[in-house]
Design a protein around this ligand. Sequence first.
Ligand SMILES: [Zn+2]
Length: 278
Amino acid sequence: MLHSLRKIFGSNIKALEILYILEGVKPAGRIMVKEDDKEGIFSFLEDKGLSFSVSDFKVIKQDKEKPYSDKAIKVPIDSDKKGYFFVYISKDKEKTTEAKRLEGEGKHEELGVLLGYPRCCSVFFSDHFEEESRKDNDYTLRALGKSEGFEFPFFSNIAARHFDLSLLSHFPCSFNCEKSVEIAENHLEVVERYDKEIAEIIRGMLKGAVVYTENEGVFLLRQCKLEHNRLYYKGVMGTGSSQLAEMLKNAEYIDIMNKNRIRLDGLEMKNVGFMLFS
Ligand SMILES: [Zn+2]
C-alpha cells in the first residue's frame, strides 16, 4: 500500500498523509501536486472515494537548489509557468471546500484545526505566519525556542522532513507538545498496521540528533551517544554541502552548550538549533 502510494504521490510524506486520511486518523489533508501529475493523482483519489478541492492559483517553489523548500510564490492559475496546486483532500467533501476557503482568506488557525492539527500548534503557526512567510516559512527554530531543553520524543522530529520523513504534517508549537506527540503516535500505529518494516525505518530515521541552521543546512547525526555534554555520533545525513557539513563529517563528536549553541572542532557556533530525539 505505502509503496504504491509513494509511487503515485512521489514522496513519502505525501503518501503517509493520504494513508492517514484513508484510515480516518486525519480528517483532511493539504498537499502540493505538481501540475503534470495532477491527472493521475486526481483519478487515484476518485478511485479511493476521497473528495478533493483544488486551489484557484498555482505556486512556484523557490530555492530550487534545496531538496526541500517551504518557500513558494503564488501565480495565477492560467500562468504558463509550470507550478503546483494546493489540493485539499478528505472523505468529507465539505471539509475540502472549507479548507480551500480558509486558506484563501488567510485563516491559518481555523485551517490548521480543520486539518486535524492541535489548536495550540495552529495558534502558534498563525501567530508567526506574517514574520515567517517573509523568510523561509520554516518554524523549526521557533518551535525549539519554545521548547524546554534539547531532548525530545522522536515523534515530534519534524527536521527529518528535509529527508522526506515525518510523522507530523504540522509544525508543533514545541517539541514537547503532547497533543502533537499523540497524533504522531496514532500515525505510526497506522503505518505499522500496513508495513512493519517501514514503521521501523521511520522510527530509526527520527531517532537521533539534529543540527539545524537557517543557511548552512540541516543535519541528522546517526548512532548518537550523549555523555555529559558531549555527543558522539557515527554518520551524518545532510541537506547539502557547506563548511558545516564538512566539519560534521570529519568530527566524531560535538559539545552541546545549550539548544542553540554547540562546539565543533574547537569552534563555538551560536544561532544553531540542536535537538536530540529519542
Ligand atoms: Zn501544540
